[in-house]
Design a protein around this ligand. Structure first.
Ligand code: SF4
Length: 179
């Protein structure tokens, strides 16, 4: 196989998303097709919101999630994930990178959801879990690339050309950059 790509939980199991809603069906299908065609394994990360507040939680913004209790929960998940990656690394497996979910206050990479002037808005920035994971992995000497599964509105504008970014990661790894 050509390596392991970590993906946010709801990309493979949308039932963990608020209301069980699919974040972006087209982009999810494109990602799964991409992984099958390139023989890449998908490692499903835990859903920080589901494991913290359950299936019937209400949606929250970054302000609602960026609180000590949830940060500690995310840090614990990130630590366990780093242990799993350590095992893969010790076995010589290639970790390609991490795919989050843009627009999420927890798993956003380039886009998150914040309170702005009394309403919610998608704005530039990463989610709480993405930030905790990045810090945890950096502390262990891992500098992995992060890619956001595009938000629905981004796909409507740009199609699924974002998987080209995944191709670039795969190309870099096959040329021998950091495993
Ligand atoms: S917290 Fe992350 S994995 Fe869970 S539903 Fe939101 S985007 Fe998906």
């Amino acid at each position: 196989m050509n390596g392991i790509l970590l993906v946010s939980h709801c990309i493979l199991n949308p039932y963990t998303a608020v209301g069980g809603s699919v974040p972006n069906r087209e982009a999810m299908q494109a990602l799964v097709r991409w992984s099958l065609e390139r023989d890449v394994a998908l490692l499903q990360m835990p859903c920080p919101e589901f494991t913290h507040a359950g299936a019937s939680r209400k949606p929250r913004t970054l302000e609602g999630y960026d609180v000590p209790q949830f940060r500690a929960h995310c840090a614990e998940l990130a630590t366990r994930l780093a242990e799993t990656l350590g095992e893969h690394r010790a076995a010589g497996h290639t970790i390609l990178g991490i795919v989050g979910v843009d627009g999420s206050p927890s798993c956003g990479v380039e886009l998150t959801t914040r309170e702005c002037d009394g309403s919610e808005a998608k704005v530039a920035g990463e989610g709480v879990f993405t930030r905790q994971l990045r810090e945890e992995l950096r502390g262990q000497g891992w500098e992995l690339p992060y890619v956001g599964l595009p938000h629905r509105r981004q796909t409507e504008r740009q199609g699924n050309s974002w998987t080209e970014e995944l191709d670039r990661l795969l190309g870099e790894k096959s040329q021998g950059s950091a495993a």
